[in-house]
Design a protein around this ligand. Structure first.
Ligand code: DLL
Length: 432
């Protein structure tokens, strides 16, 4: 039920005291060992020894992805390489890659964090865990692998891809828990249904999905197709990898491992904290990282904090599922649109398949979005009237949800690209 009950159910006061002590140690660590922070603290006249209350957090400088890039590869490490036992890196598809490092102790902490996430999702010693996240520089595979070993489960480190083999192994090795991105979970489910595999004959009970945003509708789709309980888990390589937050059996928000990560939600424009419960950008300060501590890292992820206590007994606050990223936001006719809002509408409409792509183009000075939606075969082939009706229906729903008109095009089943890792939902032709 819990992995570290004394931490996960800690009294708030005790937790805040622990956070403060750990923050003080982290500030001391970066001021002493990382020239980037030493310089910033000096400029802002911050005395790391004089830090007395968590309320002073707002005086500290932010760290951005660009700061990480500028210090590529090892510039922000707070320990000599001799003490680093592992390095991960982000793919760098949107610019120079960023590199993060872990000491032996960091790996231990990380395993505990993903062990918490796995335990909260229901995984234990008796489970057979198939990890279909990529192993390698991406943190998904290794991060959850170590946690699953730590809880004592039997781990199948299959990595991502090779879908037919995944299915074979799932059947033969009697996998009980599947760990991957939600889009790959769906691809596995669809492939099994196509192969006429009897889902009830599988041993699968849990799916732990993370690494990309997904909607409640997508969760239902995966659960219905695979007959499992699907939970969401969140993390990012810059602060550790998976294991920052995860859902419990209530599946109503993700418990943040606040004894290791200090979370703020800010307005990305004013950089001020939002009011409690409002949506904004997640900013994370690591509290226990040794090799790669970060102060107020701007994640660009958007969500809100759920202040209400969770019936599961954990006192660690919950964040709502991530709505999207500030850099995924499309501004169409002055309205802010997130791909996840579109997904949520599509999943609610009968006759559409859970596969879609959002195409953004520029017409004159205005951006225009077209949503390509796969539809079931009957609709696609013969009935023009039904097609028109469906297009109108989707358009209406999108317009009422988003407040602007969006074009919709129906496409044949299985024509849109499928993904083994993180899905790419937006095709931005403005940048091509
Ligand atoms: O994706 C770490 C991870 C791996 C988390 C496996 C969970 C499971 P990065 O490649 O650095 O690390 O990408 C981090 O992915 O800032 C979010 O935008 C997005 N993301 C991760 N988990 C979720 C989630 C890993 N559950 C970036 N919901 C983050 C929505 C997510 N977005």
């Amino acid at each position: 039920m819990y992995w570290e009950k004394e931490k996960e159910c800690m009294a708030r006061d005790d937790l805040e005291q622990l956070q403060l002590e750990r923050l003080q140690a982290t500030l001391y660590r970066v001021a002493t060992h990382v020239p980037f922070y030493r310089k910033k603290f000096k400029e802002l006249q911050i005395d790391p020894d004089g830090f007395r209350s968590l309320d002073e957090l707002q005086n500290l400088p932010f760290t951005t992805k660009n700061d990480l890039r500028r210090n590529y590869p090892y510039g922000l490490f707070a320990v000599p390489l001799r003490d680093v036992v592992r390095v991960h890196s982000s793919s760098g598809t949107t610019g120079t890659a960023t590199v993060v490092g872990y000491t032996k102790n960091d790996i231990k902490t990380w395993s505990n964090m993903t062990a918490r996430v796995l335990t909260a999702a229901g995984v234990g010693k008796d489970d057979v865990v198939q990890i279909a996240f990529g192993y390698g520089l991406f943190t998904g595979g290794f991060g959850l692998h170590y946690g699953a070993e730590r809880v004592g489960a039997s781990v199948i480190p299959i990595s991502s891809g090779n879908t037919k083999r995944q299915i074979q192994i799932m059947q033969d090795f009697r996998t009980t828990a599947l760990v991957c991105t939600p889009s790959y979970g769906l691809l596995l489910a669809d492939t099994m249904l196509e192969m006429d595999i009897n889902i009830n004959a599988l041993n699968l009970r849990f799916g732990l999905f993370g690494g990309e945003p997904w909607s409640e509708g997508m969760r239902e789709e995966i659960q219905n197709k695979l007959h499992i309980q699907a939970t969401d888990n969140y993390g990012l390589s810059e602060v550790m990898g998976p294991g920052v937050a995860g859902e419990c059996p209530e599946r109503n928000g993700l418990h943040i491992n606040e004894d290791h990560f200090l979370i703020e939600i800010i307005n990305p424009d004013t950089l001020e904290p939002v009011k409690p419960g409002e949506t904004g950008e997640v900013v994370i300060t690591t509290l226990t990282k040794e090799a790669f501590p970060v102060i107020r890292y701007r994640t660009r992820d958007l969500t809100r904090i759920i202040e209400k206590p969770c019936p599961c007994g954990r006192t660690l606050r919950r964040m709502e599922r991530v709505l999207g990223r500030t850099d995924d936001m499309l501004i169409i006719k002055g309205v802010n649109v997130y791909p996840m809002q579109i997904e949520a509408v599509l999943f609610d409409i009968e006759g559409t398949e859970p596969h879609y792509q959002i195409v953004v183009e520029r017409e004159g000075r205005l951006d225009k979005i077209t949503v390509l939606v796969e539809v079931v075969e009957e609709i696609f082939f013969d009935q023009m009237k039904k097609q028109r009706h469906l297009v109108d229906h989707i358009k209406k729903r999108l317009a009422s949800e988003l407040g602007i008109g969006i074009d919709v095009k129906l496409v044949e089943e299985k024509t849109l690209e499928r993904f083994e890792g993180k899905a790419k939902r937006v095709l931005d032709k403005r940048k091509l």
